[in-house]
Write a protein that binds this ligand. Structure first.
Ligand code: SF4
Length: 403
């Protein structure tokens, strides 16, 4: 019986490096990095077996108790079901005696059918489906290779999942929506909750960096957090504990001195998963989001065939990522929200000028509005100001302001 405390290790495993659709904003296929062209379209069972061995060694070296394996693409449901099943089994058989093995998956939902649902239930895969709002909002950028909207087919997939008692027992369906301030946040949220009956959602901000601000003078990112502030209004008005909006729940928890739920989001998210990315060919690299900063930082000579996790983590890029958690930018050190915000997501802190992440988030103004709104909500609901001030370490940091 294991008595050690749970220590989680996470990865993004690129099981398929091709996609059946062509989202205009896709950071993987339509971004700065085209390494997928050098990788096999599908992960082979040999690479899966070697990845499991790589994890096993990491498990002993780093005293890991729990693996969170994020199955990603491209589109992970393009993998053959038989291979998917063998892959999950290999991870369970190799690691299951020593650690918990937990699968998550991010999919565009287009290929979901009853057989896939059985496999999700069998291997307890927690599935997130990407959808950006109602038909107009979703089909603006989430289109197939013939430029046709994907909304109807995605909703079919969501509904199949919703109708499965096994999926409901596992906590139901979660969706991930990319913030698009061209469309109404209220309409987007109401569509998810009222029309699609989705009670577990997250909103993702685009991976803008300081380079985007340099290259596009006057680029205004404020509307992105205005969108999230409007989502807060709707969520508060619903006052329904069943509805989980991960970015809100996670940020509130951090204001209350707890931990972030998402890697790279907030001050206490260092060490949370996903930590590394494994390509379909077994190549090892840092967290997938870094792809949107300087793609060269994703390239290492290490693979699951020729290295260990310790070797990988000793590379300079991991030191840079770690440094971002320690080197607090001057502006942030004076900021009331630092303890909750942590200077923002790692990608949004990158600048090619310094080639590091030691900058406040490009979304800083929006983040301040967002945390203020959440703090006011907590105080209005009876959360004591003294506790909030203590969580934000205002006295220690000599910051004497109200919210
Ligand atoms: S809100 Fe801005 S200044 Fe404050 S911690 Fe976040 S990024 Fe830094």
């Amino acid at each position: 019986v294991k008595t050690k405390p749970i220590k989680t290790f996470g990865c993004v495993l690129k099981t398929v490096e091709r996609c059946n659709i062509d989202c205009k904003y896709c950071y993987f296929f339509n971004g700065k990095d085209n390494s997928y062209l050098r990788h096999p379209p599908y992960i082979s069972l040999d690479t899966v077996k070697q990845t499991a061995e790589f994890f096993l060694q990491a498990c002993f070296e780093h005293d890991i108790d729990r693996f969170v394996i994020g199955l990603h693409g491209g589109e992970p449901l393009m993998q053959k079901k038989r291979d998917f099943s063998k892959m999950c089994q290999i991870f369970h058989d190799t690691l299951g005696k020593f650690a918990l093995v937990h699968f998550t998956m991010q999919t565009n939902g287009m290929l979901i059918d009853e057989e896939w649902i059985e496999l999700f239930i069998k291997y307890k895969v927690h599935v997130g489906i990407s959808i950006d709002g109602d038909k107009d909002a979703n089909d603006k950028y989430r289109v197939d290779k013939r430029d046709r909207g994907t909304y109807d087919r995605v909703v079919q997939g969501i509904q199949l999942m919703q109708n499965s008692p096994g999926i409901q027992q596992m906590g139901g369906v979660g969706i991930l929506s990319v913030v698009n301030p061209e469309f109404s946040a209220k309409k987007t949220y109401r569509h998810f909750v009222d029309d699609l009956k989705i009670y577990n959602m997250d909103f993702l901000l685009q991976h803008y960096t300081h380079d985007d601000l340099l290259d596009n003078p006057g680029f205004n990112l404020d509307p992105h957090y205005d969108f999230l502030c409007e989502i807060i209004d709707e969520w508060v008005a619903d006052d329904n504990p069943r509805i989980e909006v991960r970015v809100l729940n996670s940020s509130l928890e951090q204001l209350m001195g707890g931990r972030s739920h998402t890697y790279g989001n907030g001050a206490r998210s260092q060490g949370l998963f996903p930590l590394i990315t494994i390509s379909s060919g077994g190549h090892l690299s840092p967290v997938d989001d870094i792809r949107s900063t300087n793609p060269e930082m994703m390239v290492t000579e290490y693979t699951v065939f020729n290295s260990t996790l310790s070797q990988l983590l000793s590379l300079p890029i991991f030191k840079k990522i770690q440094a971002a958690g320690v080197n607090i930018p001057e502006k942030c050190s004076q900021c009331i929200w630092l303890e909750a915000c942590g200077s923002g997501d790692i990608t949004n802190r990158y600048s090619r000028i310094t080639e590091d992440f030691n900058h406040p988030s490009v979304y800083c103004d929006g983040l301040q509005k967002f945390f203020r709104k959440l703090a006011v909500y907590s105080l209005k609901n009876g959360y004591p100001f003294e506790k909030l001030a203590a969580n934000l370490k205002l006295a220690e940091r000599n910051i004497g302001v109200g919210v």
